[in-house]
Write a protein that binds this ligand. Structure first.
Ligand code: FES
Length: 106
């Protein structure tokens, strides 16, 4: 795994990302759906495992799930699991917040 720096600090991430609004990100040729929730960041594969829709076009619900805009499947942002297990889990990517920046593991 390679750690890639996304932001210089958590406060920079909070300035640049809208709360609970999915953001498409491409890191090392991997398309990621990044979500800020309070002081936490979640990163999952941007491609829905049902039929390939871009999850960064979706919404985040009260249960910390990304809801696919096409057929409404709901994936847990932490585990990648679809709540009714109608399709395979999303790949998830670790985020670490250090004193010198915010990193994603690819
Ligand atoms: S493509 Fe995402 S739920 Fe069908």
């Amino acid at each position: 795994m390679v750690w890639v720096k996304l932001f210089h600090s958590l406060s920079e991430a909070k300035d640049r990302l809208a709360e609970s609004r999915p953001q498409l990100l491409e890191v090392s040729n991997v398309r990621i759906c990044l979500v800020l929730r309070g002081d936490q960041l979640f990163a999952v594969s941007n491609k829905c495992t049902h039929n390939g829709e871009s999850l960064s076009k979706g919404k985040v619900n009260f249960a910390n799930e990304i809801v696919c805009p096409w057929h409404g499947y709901q994936f847990n942002l932490k585990t990648g699991r679809e709540y009714q297990q109608r399709s395979s889990d999303l790949e998830t990517f670790p985020i670490k917040i250090e004193t010198d920046g915010v990193y994603i593991g690819i």
